[in-house]
Unconditional design. Structure first.
Length: 629
């Protein structure tokens, strides 16, 4: 672009960012914001000129740009120098190597934003979109731009306040409670309310934009308890029941959808923690957290509120740094999730379609019907779901391939048959469910609460458990004689996903009974296998060699015999525990997902497993893992 020449470029933000590789490309970004693009040296002002280039103008508000290796710092520095000379302007700094762009406004505090041109985060795109030009003067636009740039920290501020509120609620619970129970109970309550703020953003809570705040105000004005008189009837008598089964108190709330899904079913913690969260704690939670932020289901650059795509950092944000380090829990960037999923799906498609991965990748990019036909029945597992990033990404990618568009019916179908996950943390499991439900809600076109379909129950698909721990030591396998159990599991799992109320409780009991039977069958087979191995060792010891002499227990046989006896002892100990408690207190893939393994197992296992140093593991855990693997 020649100096002084302006051309109006009509490109969207994401495309405009991808085209930026050098300083001369920055006018494209300015044009994408609806401003006048330029490429010229600034008019000299003062004794020493500022080394920058004018790349655009919004009325009397210019955009100046520089190249620098630390773009955010460089943009703030340029903005401060401009502000020091009394100039209202915007500052851009581009690092052509990393292709990161720093953006700042020439005000005293120089608020700033950094955007990755290759893979811009949705939050950054939202903030950037709010810089779009208007008809106001330079000062008015500078103030608006500064507020937009501060928006990048909205997510950080929200999660900082969420963590503070969580700690305040946990410590404010009355009665003698363990610290873990306090934290888990408080997180459960806040998660439910957080979910409802997204539902409220859809207009599904009696059609009122401030339904929750108004309900809290009425409750306080009548000197009622928020937890007992508002939230419990809303959670357990309204949201988890069809309209025809609700009582008078629930009907008084107005038109509220039947959401199902499990989030609003009584949790064991609700029964264990009998105390209510005090009114002052709830009031502070609503006033200091939920009502301070704008919630939206739009995961794009059009809105600057709290969107579901920000929730990936909740799990990491509410954990203390030492607990996060011990568990190896770290947030997975969306760009990495996309790359891993794309490579995994392309590999599977290439295998099933008998083509090269390059051809498979092109089929995925073009959304070829053959790609959906090959992947429609895929069983995908994340063995350490964390905040659900990979399952959410898989849901989005598979829904995009489906014929007929990426609608709520397609997403519900994929959730019910394609996606599975496991995590040691109950909080991680709940957060994953929350994000997957929000992904369904976001695409739901229903305008009236009575038209909203119930959400699928995910508690039989996203399981709490340890993917590495096996109490037997060398694995359990379901015998062929358990085929009837497998068929029953395959029939009852879809029932659990779609059931509600008493039917769901019945289906869950049936599922637990079948998982118990599958585990017992696997333990019986393991006992027989190890007993047979011991007998074989003893026969080998008594057998003769070529000279007619008994072999005896040599070093090899002694080692094998010791291992088999140790494993037999472990199997019998676990069998006694299972028989006594009538439940499976640990997680085992071949038993809990026996129907999936009967179909051939999981087609794809993707995820970002916890990473931690071996010295962070307890000695007993290190010994157990070393013996198992």
């Amino acid at each position: 672009m020649s100096p002084g020449r302006s051309t109006v470029l009509r490109v969207d933000l994401r495309t405009g960012l991808r085209d930026i590789r050098r300083l001369e490309d920055l006018p494209r970004l300015v044009a994408a914001l609806g401003h006048e693009p330029l490429f010229d040296l600034p008019r000299p002002q003062g004794a020493s000129p500022i080394p920058a280039v004018v790349v655009g103008r919004n009325g009397e508000f210019p955009w100046l740009a520089v190249e620098a290796p630390r773009p955010e710092r460089a943009a703030r520095s340029l903005a401060r120098r401009l502000a020091g000379r009394g100039r209202l302007a915007g500052a851009l700094a581009l690092d052509p190597v990393t292709r990161r762009i720093g953006i700042a406004v020439a005000l005293d505090e120089a608020p700033s934003l950094v955007v990755a041109a290759d893979e811009p985060q949705a939050v950054a795109l939202r903030c950037l979109a709010r810089l779009a030009g208007g008809g106001e003067g330079a000062l008015a636009y500078a103030l608006r731009a500064a507020e937009a740039l501060r928006g990048q920290s909205v997510g950080r501020r929200f999660f900082a306040e969420f963590r503070t509120t969580l700690e305040r609620m946990a410590s404010g619970l009355p009665g003698p409670l363990r610290a873990d129970d306090r934290h888990a109970f408080a997180l459960l309550q806040l998660t439910r309310v957080l979910f409802l703020y997204f539902v409220q953003a859809k207009g599904w809570l009696a059609g009122r934009e401030r339904f929750l705040a108004e309900a809290v105000d009425r409750c306080l004005a009548r000197r009622r308890r928020i937890h007992r008189d508002l939230l419990r009837p809303l959670f357990f008598g309204t949201l988890n029941r069809p309209a025809e089964r609700r009582g008078r108190a629930a009907s008084a709330f107005g038109a509220i959808p039947f959401l199902n899904g499990g989030l609003f079913d009584p949790h064991p913690l609700d029964r264990r923690v009998r105390s209510d969260v005090p009114n002052d704690v709830w009031r502070d939670a609503f006033d200091g957290l939920f009502e301070r932020f704008h919630f939206t289901l739009v995961e794009g650059p059009e809105d600057g509120g709290i969107a579901p795509d920000m929730l990936g950092r909740v799990f990491e944000g509410v954990m203390a740094p030492d607990a996060r380090r011990r568990s190896g829990t770290y947030y997975t960037p969306a760009a990495l999730v996309r790359q891993v999923l794309e490579a995994a799906l392309a590999g599977l498609l290439a295998h099933r379609g008998r083509c090269s991965e390059r051809v498979a990748a092109r089929m995925l990019a073009d959304r070829a019907p053959a790609a959906w036909q090959a992947l429609e029945g895929v069983a995908l597992l994340d063995p350490a779901v964390g905040s659900g990033a990979f399952l959410l990404g898989a849901l989005e990618r598979l829904a995009a391939l489906a014929p007929g568009g990426d609608g709520t019916a397609v997403r519900r179908s994929i959730l019910q048959r394609n996606l599975f996950g496991v995590d040691r943390s109950a909080g991680a499991v709940r957060l994953t469910e929350l994000r997957l439900w929000l992904a369904v809600i976001a695409q739901d076109p229903a305008e009236r609460p009575d038209l909203v379909l119930p959400l699928p129950n995910l508690d039989c698909l996203i399981r709490q458990g340890d993917s590495l721990f096996d109490p037997v030591g060398s694995g359990l396998r379901l015998p062929d004689t358990a085929a009837d159990i497998v068929r029953a599991l395959a029939a009852v799992r879809p029932q659990v996903v779609t059931a509600s109320g008493p039917d769901k409780r019945t289906a869950l009991r049936r599922l637990a009974e079948l998982e118990l039977r599958a585990t017992s069958a696997a333990l019986d087979a393991a006992e027989e296998e190890r007993a047979a191995g011991i007998a074989e060792c003893l026969r080998d010891a008594r057998s003769g060699n070529l000279f007619g002499e008994r072999r005896g227990l040599d070093a090899e046989l002694r080692a094998r015999l010791a291992t088999l006896r140790r494993e037999l002892h472990a199997v019998r100990r676990v069998k006694r525990t299972v028989a006594r408690e009538r439940e499976v207190s640990w997680f085992h893939y071949q038993c809990h997902f026996a129907d999936v393994f009967a179909r051939g197992g999981f087609d794809l296992v993707v995820g970002n497993p916890p990473w931690l140093r071996s010295e962070e593991l307890q000695a007993e855990q290190r010994k157990r893992l070393a013996g198992r693997y």
